[in-house]
Design a protein around this ligand. Structure first.
Ligand code: AHR
Length: 333
């Protein structure tokens, strides 16, 4: 089977000749590598982006950054849709972008599985696809050009390693607020954390349930955890929003978050960092939502007939309460 990269390079060669031909004829369009069709007049690149939803502060920052970067001034015509955390809405949006004949499709898959059919359709239409933020579990990696975003296993591992350091040999009951079931960050953060605390039998995950990455569901699930478990020492929330919801539930139960029940979360959004500074969260593992510029660069590479790196990792850190105090005033999200 001819690989997508091969096809792209071959088409790029043909496209380059075609561009020369067009230029000779006075044409103004720029040929794209994968599609072999001209980007709009003036070289504007049409991008169809299907976003997961607006479930969290992280997601709001990610959406804003993509919309602020893929602008007309930067050479893009961005078509944006919000899937409201539903895979069927994303599939519908991707099909609509295929029908519209956009130059590139980018999306952040709500869950990992079930994308092969629609990605095959994009490939058949010769529309390159870029994954942002979250992965798909497709075996055929030629179905997308590049995947840019965090390593969620590493994020879960950092949270678990912090728990090991913080609690040492003390008997510790942990409750876990999982992200959206079947999503890459929920699967990977859960796995990374579990692995990091392996070999420390005093650290026990006594309950684990999805809070769907939202503050409201984080609060409801935490209320259930508190009602069912008289001794909880640590909450591991897969994002700040669920952690912030859990804080509300803990306070409503007359306990002190950060002291009676310690908290470790992922993201490091402004609200999460403020709770860390206020002592209600004990440690945050960063997940960087500012993916717009990398996405713009990858799209421009594809349109120029170059193969982007298949996996582009986001640089991330962690925050203690003191580090959060120093970082918060200049935090971008
Ligand atoms: O995929 C990234 C995750 O999705 C973020 O941690 C979370 O806040 C968001 O909803």
């Amino acid at each position: 089977m001819i690989s997508n990269t091969f096809t792209r390079v071959a088409v790029a060669a043909v496209a380059s000749l075609a561009v020369l031909g067009l230029a000779a004829c006075g044409g103004s369009g720029t040929k794209t590598a994968s599609t072999g069709k001209a980007a709009g007049s003036g070289g504007v690149i049409t991008v169809g982006f299907s976003q997961v939803g607006s479930e969290s502060g992280w997601r709001a920052a990610n959406t804003k950054n993509i919309q602020d970067t893929l602008t007309k001034a930067n050479g893009f015509d961005l078509k944006f849709s919000d899937a409201q955390q539903k895979q069927e809405n994303q599939i519908q949006a991707i099909r609509s972008y295929i029908a519209q004949g956009v130059d590139v499709i980018a999306f952040s898959p709500v869950v990992e599985s079930g994308w092969d059919a629609v990605l095959e359709e994009a490939k058949a239409a010769k529309i390159p696809v870029v994954l942002t933020d979250r992965a798909v579990d497709s075996k055929d990696t030629s179905l997308y050009e590049s995947f840019l975003g965090s390593d969620f296993v590493v994020e879960g591992t950092k949270a678990g390693e912090w728990a090991v350091k913080q609690f040492g040999d003390k008997p510790t009951n942990i409750v876990e607020l999982q992200g959206t079931t079947g999503s890459a960050p929920a699967n990977d953060r859960m796995a990374g954390f579990k692995k990091a605390i392996e070999g420390h039998p005093n650290l026990k995950i006594i309950a684990s349930q999805t809070g769907n990455f939202t503050r409201a569901e984080g609060k409801t699930v935490m209320e259930g955890f508190l009602a069912a478990n008289p001794k909880i020492d640590l909450v591991w929330a897969h994002n700040d929003d669920m952690g912030l919801g859990a804080i509300e539930a803990i306070e409503a139960a007359g306990k002190v978050p950060g002291k009676d029940i310690q908290m470790v979360t992922a993201d490091a959004t402004h609200d999460g960092m403020q709770a860390l500074v206020d002592g209600k969260i004990n440690f945050i593992v960063e997940c960087n939502p500012l993916l717009g510029q990398q996405l713009a660069d990858v799209i421009k590479q594809i349109m120029a007939g170059k193969a982007p790196e298949k996996r582009i990792l986001t640089k991330e850190t962690t925050f203690t309460q003191d580090q959060a105090k120093a970082a918060l005033p200049t935090r971008q999200y």
